[in-house]
Each structure stands twice: as C-alpha cells, then as structure tokens.
Design a protein around this ligand. Structure first.
Ligand code: SF4
Length: 206
C-alpha cells in the first residue's frame, strides 16, 4: 500500500486558509479553474521572478528559490530570497561571506485598510521556517505590493507558530482522509476562480 506523504506544499497553506472547501476540491477532487485574478497573479509572479539572480551593491537577490524543512514537513518555492552583505549576518558559503537574509513575497495588490490576510501571513511564516532552518538564521520577512511598489515588513509571534502548526494538522487530515470540507458560513467568495464549480447560482452572487 502506498504510504501517505504528509509533506505540505507552502502554497497549500495559503489555499487551505483562504477556503478549506476550495482546498478540498483541488486536493481530493482534482478540480481547478482560473479566472482573471488568478491569471493576473500568475503574470505578476512571472514578471517578478524573471531572471533567477541579480546582484548590486552588496545585495544579492535569488528568485524562485526552492526550500524545505523536514521537521515541519514543509516544502515549496520562494518568490525572492535577498542577501545583504553584513559582517554580523550568517555565513553563506556559496557567496563566500556573511549576509542578512530576507524573504520577499510578491503580491499583486496591497490589502485594503492594511488588513493582511491570515492565509498570506501563514504562507510567509512557512517560508520563514524553511529559510531559518536552511541558513541557521532569523530571516526578515516582507510582502512587496506590485500596485503600490511598497514593501512591508511582517513580524510573527509564538501564537502565529502555534496557529500554523494546527493548520498543518488540518491540511494533513484533509489529504489523508480525502475530505472535502463544507463551505464556511462566513466564507468570502469574491474573486474565487472556482465559483462555477462549487456554488449554486444564488450564492455565487456574493
Ligand atoms: S466559491 Fe467560495 S466556497 Fe466555493 S470554493 Fe470559492 S471561496 Fe470556497
């Protein structure tokens, strides 16, 4: 019998927290649909991750960086890993020197009223857990908003780590049991690419 693979893709964190029902459809029903928001996001990501590497004045940017962390069972791809020369930073042998490490996750639009969505925060925390482990560092974490050309630093608390741990348990349960969770009462559906697959017409007007 095939063993259950309990590793979790960083993207799944974002997808599950956005809508558990949608995640279940994608994971266990092989459903997928794109819409203008998905395509806009993909295009923005393609643009920013063009060119794997750049370096200027002591700062190196690696794009589309693959990462993992075994104890948390996480893997995935970062938009951008930024290394700044710093004698107090961590040794990065491949670039022979010491650097401070930052993760930059690109988003198409800045959140309204500065309310960063939990799914985006938790995806970024998953990235940080991978990078901190791989480089033995405490990476800084940022969102970069394409529409405002602004970068925002994000901090995480112990509660965030606990919440992510619980989220990963829920994701694994859905994958292992092949569950499609019910639609949440307070689910926000605006912009979801899978409305036509999952909702009766009345609710899809939301
Ligand atoms: S339409 Fe709403 S309930 Fe259905 S998958 Fe999308 S976000 Fe979830």
């Amino acid at each position: 019998m095939k063993e259950f693979d309990d590793s979790v893709d960083l993207r799944s964190i974002q997808q599950y927290l956005y809508c558990p029902h949608r995640f279940g459809l994608m994971e266990n029903n092989c459903s997928w649909a794109e819409n203008v928001f998905v395509n806009r996001g993909n295009l923005a990501h393609e643009r920013v991750t063009e060119g794997k590497y750049s370096a200027s004045r002591g700062t190196i940017q690696e794009r589309s960086v693959r990462v993992f962390q075994d104890e948390w069972g996480l893997f995935g791809v970062l938009d951008c890993l930024e290394l700044k020369k710093d004698k107090n930073g961590v040794e990065i042998p491949i670039y022979s020197g010491k650097y401070t490490v930052s993760i930059v996750e690109y988003k198409v639009t800045a959140p309204k009223n500065n309310q960063i969505r939990i799914e985006d925060r938790m995806q970024l925390l998953g990235q940080k857990i991978c990078v901190d482990s791989l480089f033995s560092c405490h990476a800084d974490t940022y969102f970069y908003y394409h529409d405002t050309r602004r970068r925002e630093k994000i901090e995480f608390s112990e509660e965030d780590y606990s919440f992510l741990k619980q989220t990963l348990t829920e994701i694994r349960e859905i994958k292992q049991k092949g569950i499609i969770p019910p639609i949440r009462n307070d689910q926000y559906c605006s912009g979801c690419s899978m409305k036509d697959i999952c909702l009766p017409p009345k609710r899809s007007q939301r």
